[in-house]
Design a protein around this ligand. Structure first.
Ligand SMILES: NC(=O)c1ccc[n+]([C@@H]2O[C@H](COP(=O)([O-])OP(=O)(O)OC[C@H]3O[C@@H](n4cnc5c(N)ncnc54)[C@H](OP(=O)(O)O)[C@@H]3O)[C@@H](O)[C@H]2O)c1
Length: 240
């Protein structure tokens, strides 16, 4: 599957999974608009690697906790290069439980993980003005099985799953909206308990970043008859 001649805006694409997505899609022929928050040096490095592949890459900064900046990011990117695909990848992952979360932490998590993807999608759809486009939301296996752990994060992803379904209807027929629900891909930035995570993964291994890239490519370059779909790439974690 190829994305030659097409451009993708990926949020949080300087490091980790976002970076891997950017490189994978660039290898499939796409030019990449790399959004980042704080990781300017990493974003420039990712852009350099994409250009070395012979593709175009641009670096854009925005704090997605600020929802005005989220909508503005789409317009800034659009001025650089109109794009056909939006990947909502940026997120924060907090291990807060119900008893300790403060209103500020709750609001920050919902802003970055849920509201920013909505306002990015809203502005993207307006800019497309009826032309075809695709949106891919990065979810978590927890999204469709919300439990008590990581409470604000889990609820933000559950709501993002619902948003994926709602927008698939609202933006049809010209924009496809799908979700990729990940399991153990990379240990959390704060380290987490990497060994314990695998105990509950039927596949008994971490996902390879190339597997995440393949799944994203399928949603961006594959059938345009798939929308509102949420694919689990989690080694069976959501079944346990
Ligand atoms: N890692 C996993 O195994 C796993 C499992 C399940 C689901 N997921 C989902 O997959 C996606 C990527 O995961 P990841 O582990 O690679 O994510 P991550 O490293 O925790 O975060 C990705 C990026 O989000 C950006 N970000 C966070 N807050 C921001 C803000 N206020 N403004 C702008 N950017 C902000 C950061 O950019 P800067 O560094 O530039 O600030 C960060 O590099 C996420 O949606 C996550 O929920 C991941």
């Amino acid at each position: 599957m190829k994305l030659t001649g097409q451009t993708v805006l990926i949020t949080g694409a300087a490091r980790r999974i976002g970076r891997a997505l950017a490189l994978h899609l660039a290898r499939a022929g796409a030019d990449i608009l790399i959004h980042h928050g704080h990781s300017t040096k990493d974003a420039e490095q990712t852009a350099a690697e994409i250009r070395a592949l012979g593709r175009k890459a641009w670096v854009l900064q925005a704090d997605l906790e600020d929802l005005e900046q989220a909508a503005r990011l789409v317009n800034q990117a659009w001025e650089v290069q109109p794009f056909q695909h939006l990947i909502n990848n940026a997120a924060i992952f907090g291990s807060l439980d119900w008893a300790e979360v403060t209103p500020a932490e709750w609001q920050q998590t919902l802003n970055i993980n849920l509201s920013a993807p909505f306002f990015l999608s809203q502005q993207f759809a307006k800019n497309l003005a009826g032309q075809p486009g695709r949106i891919l939301n990065l979810l978590d296996w927890r999204a469709l099985r919300p439990g008590a752990d990581h409470l604000p994060y889990t609820i933000s992803k559950a709501a993002l799953a619902a948003l994926t379904h709602s927008l698939a209807l609202a933006l049809a027929p010209h924009i496809l909206v799908n979700g990729l629900a990940l399991g153990a891909v990379l240990p959390p930035s704060d380290g987490g308990n990497a060994n314990k995570i695998l105990e509950d993964v039927p596949a008994k291994r971490w996902a390879d970043l190339s597997e995440v890239g393949e799944a994203a490519l399928f949603f961006l370059a594959g059938s345009n008859y798939i929308t509102g779909e949420i694919l689990h790439l989690d080694g069976g974690r959501h079944l346990v």
